[in-house]
Design a protein. Sequence first.
Length: 70
Amino acid sequence: MTATDEMKEKLIKENEQLEAEIKEINDAKKPKEKQLDMNKKVLALINKKESGSGSTKRKYTKKSAEIKEA
């Protein structure tokens, strides 16, 4: 095996390791992105409902506080 082959194998292994790390990081982000999307949808619903009566406004504000705590 030549020095070039050894270097090539080393780089291939390093690339595989880095790709695995990147995949792990991206997979960790997905739940947060889903939560962010859900929060945006909830906020949109709350804003839509806030244009109603005062009791409706309080009710949905209370629910959003419960969702944020969960």
